[in-house]
Design a protein around this ligand. Structure first.
Ligand code: FAD
Ligand code: SF4
Ligand code: SF4
Length: 395
């Protein structure tokens, strides 16, 4: 069976038949009769030129389809059809279309031990709306350091505004940043991926702006470019990407989140989204978050203000003066009962994100904790992954 496709459609109930979109489209993909304005799926290249010019927003409609609606079908509509249930849904869709991005995501997901699936109750993600040859420009709204100024770790919260262009993201997705300039071989720099750290309705609710959590890497091309950006500067963005590392919408779902460093980015998005959509539910969001010190832990201050009923936090530090080194896996073992109880609960979804080096220790901790309650971690992990409840993204 062919993979599901995204189709661009016009809402005939809202469209005022001004034909501005038709005059704007560089592909001549839009046409009309006396009844409707329609988009030819074979011609539309998703360039988005028609989106900002439409006075009603009726042009900004999308469906995931197995077979695209024909022009004849669209001409006959009085209203847009509902999104049909697609077998396998977005979960069967690729994480990204372009090889360079698909490869990065495949490597980042290797630690899951097999193909990951989206949670059953996750929203359908939009992927590949903007490509390398057709990026969208975002404007920097803000750039704040979120680690202590005294620490040697410069991690920043960077907020991007898409100036009315659509950039529909779900928590857990990533976007690509194209740094300006060329590499040593004179080729344009490859895009780098960054996890979205804001909820689907925006860093500020309803504003659909997107935040990133970026760590400055010494000598790194893109991270230094991003960390040095000033408000008002423009950035070329591709994406969104990722169709499996997504949050369940089910309010009964429980999230066990294990992260280090900027792996906290998707966890921040999950937490803000749940805070807005579900509200506090004790024991439903549990986070193990590792850093060297409180000064190098991103969002240390804001995290301290979150109520424990919303987010149970285990902040773990490996370089506290006069204290033995502690890593996330050590704290998981110390909290064996809590973790075991969550492992045994079929409502639990596990997310691991951050430095690749954390995977082995976390896996060993899960093995030991599962054994303590008579479970086999490899078998349970397989079941959870198949059910869309086990997710790894490390880099
Ligand atoms: C799925 C995914 C999600 C990600 N999410 C985030 C996120 O939310 N936040 C985040 O900060 N990062 C994230 N990353 C990492 C990010 O994509 C970049 O890899 C990171 O910012 C480094 O990119 P850079 O261009 O700054 O470094 P690069 O220029 O790519 O260099 C990488 C490292 O190699 C070193 N290096 C470069 N050239 C040389 C050389 N010639 N000799 C020796 N060393 C060299 C640099 O000093 C640097 O430390 C994610 C990655 C993936 C795959
Ligand atoms: S997205 Fe681009 S190609 Fe598609 S209909 Fe709009 S203007 Fe035409
Ligand atoms: S620009 Fe918008 S309102 Fe005008 S014809 Fe196109 S879809 Fe309809």
């Amino acid at each position: 069976m062919a993979a599901p496709l995204k189709q661009h459609l016009i809402d005939p109930e809202i469209c005022i038949r001004c034909y501005t979109c038709e005059m704007t489209c560089p592909e001549q993909a839009i046409e009309h009769d006396e009844m409707n304005v329609v988009v030819d799926a074979e011609k539309c290249r998703f360039c988005m030129d028609c989106i900002p010019v439409c006075p009603t927003g009726s042009i900004d409609n999308w469906r995931v389809v197995q077979t695209p609606y024909s022009l004849e079908e669209q001409y006959s509509w009085e209203e847009l059809p509902e999104q049909a249930e697609i077998a396998g849904g977005a979960d069967e869709a690729p994480e990204a279309a372009e090889d360079v991005v698909a490869r990065l995501l495949a490597e980042a997901h290797e630690g899951a031990g097999g193909r990951m699936h989206a949670p059953a109750s996750a929203s359908k993600p939009t992927v590949n709306l903007y490509s390398l040859s057709n990026p969208v420009e975002a404007v920097v709204q803000g750039n704040w350091r979120i680690t202590s100024a005294e620490s040697d770790s410069d991690v920043r919260l960077i907020i991007l505004d898409f100036q009315g262009r659509p950039f529909p993201v779900l928590e857990g997705q990533t976007l690509g940043i194209i740094p300006p300039g060329e590499d040593a071989q004179g080729r344009a720099h490859a895009p780098r991926l960054y996890s979205v750290s804001s909820p689907r309705d925006g860093e500020r609710p309803g504003f659909h702006n997107v935040s990133l959590t970026v760590k400055r890497e010494e000598g790194g091309v893109c991270s230094n470019y991003l960390c040095d950006l000033k408000p008002g500067e423009r950035v070329r963005v591709t994406g969104p990407f990722g169709s499996t590392f997504l949050m369940p919408n089910d309010p009964e779902a429980r999230l066990l989140m294990i992260c280090t460093g900027t792996g906290s980015a998707p966890m921040r998005a999950f937490t803000m989204a749940r805070q807005r959509m579900v509200g506090p539910r004790p024991g439903h969001m549990v986070m193990f978050f590792g850093a060297r010190t409180p000064q190098t832990l991103p969002y240390f201050g804001p995290l301290k203000k979150l109520p424990p009923e919303l987010l149970e936090q285990h902040l773990v530090f490996s370089r506290l003066p006069g204290r033995p080194k502690e890593y996330v896996q050590d704290r998981m073992l110390a909290e064996e009962e809590r973790v075991a109880e969550m492992l045994a609960d079929p409502a639990t979804h596990i997310y691991i994100c951050g430095l690749r080096g954390m995977e082995a220790g976390v896996d060993a901790a899960f093995t030991s904790i599962a054994e303590s309650v008579g479970l086999s971690w490899p078998a349970l992990r397989e079941v959870m992954r198949e059910e869309g409840r086990f997710h790894v993204e490390t880099y």
